[in-house]
Design a protein around this ligand. Structure first.
Ligand SMILES: [Fe+2]
Length: 313
């Protein structure tokens, strides 16, 4: 971890408690909901946007996001940085991303453990990577580069996957832990992604979460998924973000919060948008779980501290 990021982490800029309250709950921000949010918002809430939707200089997208940012903390979530790809990060994309961080001063900044561009071509998908020493080095190099550019630690999100690589030499949780320790980045734990991947690959989601380095988690994602079957009639879950959070995902979330205590939690909903009250109700359901469980078993050692992450790195 380089000196400037270590300094940012030690500055006390909070990642886990972004707005003075421990039980922050938020949702994706969609322009269709702006008027309803301004009318009947989310007390102690936060809103997450995809960075790539705000890379123009001005216009309606920025007016809408500015209206939100005046009232709420914002989480800036990148989907095209291609952290997991073999190429160098795209310098122009990184500059646009950094400008957004400077402009909106988001409470949280995150990207995916995935790749989405190759040789100058950008794809619409978050694609998986093998977990090897070589890809670990490359991912860490990219995160160092990104954190240096934005001048602060970022959160890295665990992926939802549909294929696994025979070439992998370490588990996903081992890989993610090593990235966090080497770069000082925090983690964004997407519990729906855990459930989707576990179902698709046939391993227990609870075993994955037992191995996950929860002490580095600065944000949680919850989302809905669709259910299909593959050619052999085995269940195939798609990380579709187009419906309410499924009951098994809520159950896993409860187990995580019981171990960690409060973590800012965001409901991702990107298509087939519901009316604002339905989305808001999902965020409030997450907040109720945090309130119910956070006084129970959270141990101080489970809580993510940027200062400690910087020291460990
Ligand atoms: Fe997510």
């Amino acid at each position: 971890m380089n000196a400037s990021i270590q300094s940012a982490a030690r500055s006390g800029r909070p990642l886990r408690t972004a707005h003075g309250g421990a039980a922050l709950a938020g949702t994706s921000f969609k322009h269709e909901h702006l008027a309803a949010i301004l009318e009947h918002g989310l007390q102690d809430g936060f809103f997450e946007v995809h960075a790539e939707n705000y890379m123009g200089a001005g216009g309606p997208p920025h007016r809408a996001l500015s209206a939100i940012r005046e009232r709420y903390p914002v989480s800036l979530h990148g989907v095209c940085m291609s952290i997991g790809g073999p190429d160098r990060l795209d310098a122009r994309h990184l500059a646009r991303f950094s400008a957004l961080v400077a402009r909106y001063e988001p409470a949280l900044v995150s990207e995916h453990l995935a790749w989405s561009s190759h040789g100058g071509t950008f794809f619409n998908d978050l694609l998986p990577l093998p977990y090897t020493k070589a890809t670990l080095d490359k991912v860490c190099e990219h995160i160092d580069q990104m954190q240096e550019a934005i001048g602060r630690p970022m959160l890295l999100e665990n992926p939802s996957t549909y294929v696994a690589f025979a070439a992998s030499t370490m588990s996903e949780t081992e890989f993610i832990r090593a990235v966090a320790q080497r770069t000082g980045c925090g983690l964004l734990l997407d519990v729906n992604n855990v459930f989707v991947s576990a179902t698709n690959h046939g391993y227990p989601a609870r075993a994955y979460l037992a191995d996950f380095p929860l002490e580095h988690v600065g944000e949680i994602h919850l989302a809905g998924h669709s259910e299909q079957h593959d050619d052999e009639h085995a269940p195939l879950l798609i990380d579709s973000h187009d419906r309410a959070v499924a009951d098994p995902v809520w159950a896993l979330y409860r187990e995580v919060i019981a171990r960690t205590g409060p973590i800012p939690t965001l409901i991702e909903w990107d298509s087939q948008l519901p009316a604002w009250p339905e989305l808001r109700a999902q965020a409030l359901a997450a907040r109720r779980i945090v309130a119910e469980l956070s006084s129970n078993n959270a141990s101080e050692s489970d809580i993510y501290h940027p200062e400690r992450a910087a020291h460990e790195a």
